[in-house]
Design a binder for this molecule. Sequence first.
Ligand SMILES: [Fe+2]
Length: 98
Amino acid sequence: MLRFTFGTTVKYGDKMAHYEDWEKLPEETKDLERARQSLVEELEAINIYQERIDTTRDVELKKILEHNMDEEKEHVAMLMEWIRKRDRAQDRKFEEHD
Ligand SMILES: [Fe+2]
């Protein structure tokens, strides 16, 4: 379950926010945008799980939430790996940055 902010041009569900005509974008750009948006959602899910882990008093539930949060971290790693293979400039930033 993810928490979203409404009220801007951002649309959720099966639609992502777009700033240009989606149909005119190259397929590579569309897939990179899908992956980056998925990354945002996975990171948001980690934040949500962490808050719930920190606040629940049920030890069994805490363990389940920790397990689920770890899976979200795996999803982040998988997406970032995919992005790094296709966005070389992004990949280089893992090797060299200020
Ligand atoms: Fe996930």
